[in-house]
Design a protein around this ligand. Structure first.
Ligand SMILES: [Zn+2]
Ligand SMILES: [Zn+2]
Length: 256
């Protein structure tokens, strides 16, 4: 059997869609699940992103009061439930970017080599003030998640042929070095869009419009051009980074 992508819910927030989609209404607030993704059937045990820190932690409390995590959504518990795999078995963690809701639980995966774009880690160390909280900056008196414990870092630059059937695609704009993950399956390619493509609403009539929440609108524009070209050339199916409907699937492609 080929590869498949398993979405795993590890928390929830509520936000107006206007944060993510240009022209969308601010109300009502909708569920914005936090997710990590396990790539099943790859050469190694690969997790994409690992969720935010516990809502009750000092760092967790920096964020929206709507941020919650049910006991079964703890990343280690949720991973085991969805895949049967223990966190210590994870060999690779790909971090699409270093915003708090994507990289907070590296301590749960002590044996993993961790991959992130070089541009992302550089910017996360000294972001513009608008993003201090988003990176859980030292400026708030907390230790950023990526600096909390020894991490086996690997820094990549640009687009990378990562492993047979898996590519890392840099799509900056939402953050300095956000990347998506392209995965070839028996049913064609899928693409984890992370926060560059947070909702299905960011895809209108087949055309991707990247997140309204941006560090650089200009870079996001060119990333959208790049993504739309990729969709045309490969037929890849986008899996948004924060859409509730993603969780209606046990895996991509769906099991038969
Ligand atoms: Zn983000
Ligand atoms: Zn996010």
């Amino acid at each position: 059997m080929g590869m498949r992508i398993i979405p795993i819910k590890v928390g929830n927030e509520k936000w107006g869609k206007s944060y993510f989609v240009d022209g969308a209404p601010q109300l009502p607030a909708v569920d914005i699940p936090h997710m990590m993704f396990y790539i099943d059937g790859a050469e190694k045990k690969i997790l994409v992103d690992c969720g935010g820190r516990d809502p009750e932690s000092e760092s967790g409390k920096l964020h929206s009061k709507t941020y919650t995590r049910a006991p079964e959504e703890k990343p280690d518990v949720a991973l085991k439930r969805a895949t049967g795999i223990d966190p210590e078995e994870i060999e690779i963690v790909i971090l699409t970017h270093l915003h708090w809701d994507h990289c907070g639980n590296l301590h749960m995966f002590p044996n993993a080599q961790v991959y992130v774009q070089l541009d992302e880690i550089l910017d996360s160390i000294n972001p513009i003030p608008r993003f201090y909280k988003t990176y859980e900056s030292f400026k708030y008196g907390v230790v950023p998640p990526y600096a909390q414990q020894p991490v086996k870092w690997n820094f990549v630059q640009g687009d990378v042929d990562f492993m047979p059937g898996i590519k890392l695609i840099e799509i900056p704009g939402h953050s300095a070095g956000v990347m998506g993950v392209y995965v070839e399956t028996d049913k064609g390619p899928y693409f984890l869009g992370s926060d560059a493509i947070p909702l299905y609403d960011n895809i209108e009539n087949g055309e991707i419009k990247t997140s309204a929440l941006c560090l650089s609108l200009e870079k996001a524009y060119y990333s959208a051009v790049k993504l739309n070209k990729m969709v045309k050339e490969t037929g890849m199916i986008v899996i948004p980074g924060h859409d509730q409907k993603v969780l209606e699937h046990k895996s991509f492609p769906d099991e038969e």
